[in-house]
Design a protein around this ligand. Structure first.
Ligand code: ADP
Ligand code: ADP
Length: 230
């Protein structure tokens, strides 16, 4: 069954008196557990599409179903709840709090779940730091970590809330090629081991090649799809 279903989605932005048609009639289904790349040049609509899937923004028209819920029928509070319980985000600039240690960054989003006790938060911090290979760096702040290590903290933070979907907007854009490949491989291993759905954008051909499914977007429209390797 589909974890994401997008039907006839359009997104327009208003800029002064002009309109930008960022997405034009997008139709897409993403199965639970997929490892999917959205590939396209800068300005093609990748971030817009990820923001809509992540319920950070809403379409101008069309429907988006996340885990079989129609997001258009939800109040802003319900959307925040859906986002918090279902989606994890990874960004190209990592978006870690610079004054917090690695473990505090991972704990931060867990604090919103009142049902999680301190011992359970601790258990998740330890587990996910270990999964990303940073057990020894728990008390390091971001400026004491390399770019690749920062992105690993961000991956652990995204996983710690037990999301069904991880959305990663250009996760390797600020990393050198070898480090970026390591991050992609880590994401792929986690995808295989946990069944978490990963959807990531990229304009890097080598990163695209690591996807299991690749959809191409140009000028706001899906222009093709390749099955890569499995
Ligand atoms: P990509 O992620 O592929 O670089 P984006 O989704 O960021 O593409 O942008 C798609 C188009 O929408 C571009 O023309 C961009 O300039 C425009 N756009 C994106 N966000 C906004 C915004 N908040 N206001 C106006 N135009 C925007
Ligand atoms: P629990 O016993 O706490 O429920 P599980 O092992 O069943 O723990 O996993 C809980 C969450 O952790 C699930 O969301 C699962 O997808 C995720 N998870 C488990 N193993 C891994 C792994 N190796 N990598 C990433 N996420 C994992």
């Amino acid at each position: 069954s589909s974890i994401v279903r997008i039907e006839n989605v359009f997104k327009e932005y208003t800029l002064g008196t002009s309109r930008v048609h960022a997405l034009k009639d997008i139709n897409l289904q993403i199965g639970n557990g997929e490892f999917l790349a959205i590939a396209g040049p800068s300005g093609s609509g990748k971030s817009t599409l990820l923001n809509l899937i992540g319920c950070i923004d809403i379409p101008s028209s069309g429907k988006i179903y996340i885990d079989d819920r129609d997001t258009s029928g939800q109040t802003p509070d319900q959307l925040s709840e859906l986002r918090a319980r279902t989606i994890g985000f990874i960004f190209q600039t990592f978006n870690l709090f610079s004054v917090l240690s690695a473990e505090e960054n991972i704990e931060y989003p867990l604090l919103q779940f009142k049902e999680l006790r301190a011992a359970e938060r601790r258990e998740r911090i330890v587990k996910f730091l270990d999964i990303v290979g940073l057990a020894e760096f728990a008390d390091h702040r971001p400026n004491q970590l390399s770019g690749g290590q920062r992105q690993r903290v961000a991956i652990a933070r995204a996983l710690a809330t037990h999301p069904k979907i991880i959305l990663a907007d250009e996760p390797t854009a600020n990393l050198d090629h070898k480090t970026g490949e390591g991050i992609l491989q880590l994401m792929k291993d986690i995808n295989r081991n946990s069944g978490t759905t990963f959807i990531f954008s990229t304009h890097d051909a080598k990163v695209m090649a690591m996807a299991e499914r690749l959809i191409r977007i140009e000028d706001g429209q899906l222009v093709g799809e390749d099955a890569v390797h499995t």
